[in-house]
Design a protein around this ligand. Structure first.
Ligand SMILES: CC(C)(COP(=O)(O)OP(=O)(O)OC[C@H]1O[C@@H](n2cnc3c(N)ncnc32)[C@H](O)[C@@H]1OP(=O)(O)O)[C@@H](O)C(=O)NCCC(=O)NCCS
Length: 425
């Protein structure tokens, strides 16, 4: 599907309408010839009633201005030391870039405002080095931004903050974007960078990654050095409740629309908090899973499984934990040589029922299935088929949809479960 296909875009509109997207633009993007196209993409988002907040960087402009004025900046990205000369360069560069963005948005009849919504405090002395005018976000005046969005404006936030006592600080723009997205409870944070997305050490592009897997990749050193800061900020946003973080190449025409309005996307998607608390089971968890679900097995809500079979396929199981206490679980089994997966062992302990956890586990399996290239999910249920139908969009199906080995087991176990299926393409 081409992203420019209006029908393709419209299918996403109900889910995106009135949601807040924070767009973090690397400074290098603003000077690029593709920037005019990016502004056009932003205009498309606005026309679909998506609320957009723009946070921008200034590193490249600071470097260029420094060269012109024969000043060597003490730091470019707002993470190192910002001396007085560099702060002056940063303020001038940021103001100029903000103006370029405002002027570009005006060219598309979009109302936009540069806001002073960031209260900053000094980064301070780190490992004995005084970071001088480098700051960190102390507070985001999110009510101000929300009121601008309510008025139909697009707030533009530079990588600067003030302390309320007259001092200005240079702040890393990714850090500003993360704080703004978290405070506004944005549906998406999109980093538009000069890179294709997050890249592994072997040069391959990470297409989709759960927050937990990103943390593991960071821990094991699997992310390329130059993208580590981006990855860390993405992880921070996910941890702070932003459920989807994208890293895209802002130099590509239609990149933003292609990422948001096509299943494949073009960059990296990190998905998070909606599935926070869910983790893959370890072999040692099988005992806990069996203990937790014992009553439901006895009540014939859940299929009886042997410990040996569960231990053999332990990687299929997922556990939902609150404060390290397991309170729910679900499994995703894949049938070999098919694109069919089975959602199974869906369980939420009675103490935590009716809080949306069952739906969360169901949605998680659906996303996981999609990530693994599974096209159709099946589920067999004796007492929760209405739940799967009403809350999960499954529809009743006949035994023919079951892969052969599953059909044999179904016919032999005498449970006479209802068979449900759902396309997850
Ligand atoms: C079915 C189950 C997973 C639901 O978990 P949950 O966390 O309570 O579900 P949610 O909070 O996401 O959803 C609650 C909604 O589903 C409905 N619901 C819950 N169980 C249901 C069932 N068995 N049949 C129909 N609807 C059900 C609730 O009435 C509630 O509806 P509402 O939002 O309109 O008020 C949980 O009750 C359970 O573990 N049951 C025992 C094991 C089982 O049968 N598993 C299914 C195997 S396929």
């Amino acid at each position: 599907m081409k992203p420019t296909d209006l029908r393709g875009i419209l299918q996403y509109v109900p889910a995106f309408r009135d949601r807040i997207f924070v767009l973090a633009l690397d400074g290098a993007i603003i000077g690029d010839e593709n920037f005019a196209n990016l502004l056009l993409d932003i205009a498309v988002l606005r026309s679909l009633n998506i609320k957009v907040v723009i946070v921008h960087g200034a590193g490249q402009a600071i470097a260029e201005d420094g060269k012109q004025r024969h000043i060597t900046p003490s730091n470019l990205d707002g993470c190192g030391v910002t001396d007085d000369d560099t702060l002056e360069l940063a303020v001038n560069a940021a103001n100029r870039l903000t103006h370029e963005i405002l002027a570009g948005l005006a060219a598309h009849d979009l109302r936009a405002v540069c806001s002073n919504c960031i209260t900053a405090s000094p980064m301070g002395i780190i490992k004995g080095i005084d970071h001088q005018n480098t700051g960190k976000v102390e507070r985001v005046d999110w009510t101000f931004i929300a009121s601008l969005l309510g008025e139909g404006c697009t707030p533009v936030v530079p990588p600067l903050g003030t302390d309320g006592a007259g001092a200005t600080y240079r702040i890393n723009s990714d850090a500003v974007a993360v704080s703004v997205a978290m405070q506004l409870k944005a549906a998406k944070l999109i980093f538009a960078s000069p890179h294709d997305g997050l890249l592994r050490q072997d040069g391959s592009l990470i297409r989709q990654l759960a927050f937990g897997a990103l943390e593991e990749a960071l821990h094991s050193g699997d992310i390329q050095e130059r993208l580590i800061s981006k990855a860390r900020h993405a992880a921070q946003a996910c941890e702070g409740g932003v459920s989807r973080v994208h890293v895209i190449n802002g130099l590509i025409d239609e990149g933003l629309l292609a990422e948001l309005f096509s299943n494949e996307g073009i960059g990296t998607l990190i998905y998070a908090s909606e599935y926070q608390g869910i983790r893959q089971a370890k072999k040692s968890d099988i005992r806990t899973l069996r203990r937790m679900t014992r009553k439901s097995v006895e009540n014939e809500e859940l299929l009886r499984r042997t410990r040996a079979s569960m231990e053999q396929e332990y990687q299929d199981y997922f556990i939902y934990e609150i404060d390290n206490n397991p309170i729910g679980c679900v499994a995703l089994h894949r049938f070999s040589d098919t694109d069919i997966g089975e959602l199974a062992l869906l369980y939420v302990s009675p103490s935590h029922e009716n809080q949306g956890i069952g739906r969360k586990l169901m949605n998680f399996v659906e996303d996981e299935a999609r990530n693994r290239g599974i096209g159709r999910l099946i589920a067999l249920s004796t007492q929760a088929f209405a739940f799967l139908q009403n809350k999960g969009g499954f529809v009743e199906a006949s035994p023919e949809v079951l892969p052969e080995n599953r059909r044999t087991a179904y016919e032999q176990n005498g449970r006479n479960s209802r068979i449900l299926a759902k396309s997850v393409k």
